[in-house]
Design a binder for this molecule. Sequence first.
Ligand code: PLP
Length: 209
Amino acid sequence: MAAARAAGRDPAALTLLAVSKTQPQAAIREALAAGQRRFGENRVQEAAAKFPALRADYPDLRLHLIGRLQTNKARDAVRLFDVIESLDRPNLADALDAAMAREGRRPDLLVEVNLGDEPQKSGVAREAADGFIAACQARFGAALVGVMGIPPLEADPAPYFAWLAACARRHRLGVISMGMSADFEAAIAAGATEIRLGAAIFGARPAAA
Ligand SMILES: *Cc1c(COP(=O)(O)O)cnc(C)c1O
């Protein structure tokens, strides 16, 4: 990828997540046919409707949950997703721990940080992030693989991306999921290991989404 090379980064070290929320199965099948294997969805129910059939045809598909997870859907999420990027509060950690024990399945986990401390957004507050990440590492061990974040809409994203990358380094976490269609180049320059692209891959979503 040009943006990775421009930032002096190895494109092979960068994971591209195709964000397929609101996209029909046909669009996802096109991406699969083109070789894409990692997809991100923000709702458990929507993913449950679309992905089991796709997984049957593409067993190497990897599905990431990138949206807020309610504790009562933790068990469905553990069953369905390979990576859960929205671990952001202690009661969700409890629910995921219990669900993983019951299902005998351990998805990779990322702690989501609310980079702009915006009340309407999910994610653990920045000042609570270190403590929460340490607690999750103690509890989940190697299943806790990284951090995820979304900078505030109107701001220069660079300092927020730099903060998240430094946070990952402090905790020796390898996965840094940051950067969307509008700001992935800045995210790559700041050290993203995974970018999450929806519109840039599938085109604009319907306004309702
Ligand atoms: C929708 C979404 C994306 C993709 O957004 P685009 O602007 O379409 O690239 C990435 N991350 C999260 C958490 C999302 O909800």
